[in-house]
Design a protein around this ligand. Structure first.
Ligand code: FE2
Length: 264
């Protein structure tokens, strides 16, 4: 893969997304949010690529994965007005379909094209399929995009929390109610160092806990460093109710994070 390929992909992405800018302010806000998210995920993946000492060609491939990882989001939002896959369709699979139909990856070697398509397909799964372990390169890029993506989703969430208000965009809160309790199953997963499951999420507290539980699916030391620097987890933690149960969960998460940072 060459530098020119990425330049071409960037231009194609800009032209593609232009089609989705609607006069409806709600649609427009969410399309803009995803374009900005894509740019930030590209920045994040390059930070991780640098920390992992990737060469130029590998970094270009990583950035391409980041550029296309949420390609399906635009059609998804225009069609269903939601980012919730369970109420619309799997945006990663949709992104792969769009990429294949556009045929733009034919510029690359079949191996590179395959890595991009699989990393996009795997980026939103609960976990990367076992079968990917037979393909170390594919597995590596899938891990990179999952970390880079999580970092930026946390930024988006925190931008509003930091100002001490609840998130104003209902699409980001998955349209869930702001009730005071939290789901037992979500807490149990966190206390057992597991990612919480979307099916157990019932309210906004659960959404926050689910996002905190992503720390159990972080793959690279640099991601932990960036998480600490940006204070994303602290911001989410401080937006949760101060109950004994939640304080216990927070202490558990803090201890886990410190342990990961000490490993570097
Ligand atoms: Fe995504």
């Amino acid at each position: 893969m060459q530098k020119e390929d990425l330049t071409f992909f960037r231009k194609w992405f800009m032209d593609y997304t232009k089609n989705f800018y609607s006069s409806d302010p709600f649609v427009r806000e969410n399309i803009e949010l995803k374009v900005k998210h894509t740019n930030k995920v590209c920045e994040n993946i390059l930070l991780l690529a640098k920390a992992e000492k990737l060469g130029e060609k590998e970094s270009l491939l990583a950035e391409t994965v980041a550029l296309f990882h949420d390609l399906g989001r635009f059609e998804q939002f225009l069609k269903y007005k939601t980012f919730k896959d369970s109420e619309s369709e799997n945006h990663a699979v949709l992104g792969v379909k769009i990429l294949k139909k556009a045929g733009i990856l034919s510029h690359l070697s079949p191996e590179e094209s395959d890595i991009i398509l699989k990393a996009v397909e795997y980026h939103n799964l609960m976990e990367i399929p076992e079968s990917a372990s037979n393909f170390p390169e594919m597995l590596f890029y899938s891990k990179l995009i999952r970390d880079a993506d999580k970092l930026d989703i946390l930024r988006i969430i925190c931008e509003d929390y930091e100002e001490g208000k609840e998130c104003q965009n209902p699409a980001l809160e998955l349209y869930l109610p702001d009730t005071p309790e939290c789901s037992e199953a979500v807490i149990e997963d966190i206390m057992n160092n597991r990612m919480a499951k979307i099916r157990d999420v019932r309210n906004r507290n659960d959404v926050k806990l689910l996002r905190l539980s992503w720390v159990f699916d972080i793959n690279f030391p640099k991601t932990f460093v960036l998480l600490k620097e940006k204070r994303y987890l602290k911001i989410i933690m401080s937006s949760l109710p101060k109950t004994d149960e939640i304080q216990k969960v927070i202490r558990h998460l803090d201890a886990y994070l410190e342990k990961q940072l000490a490993k570097k």
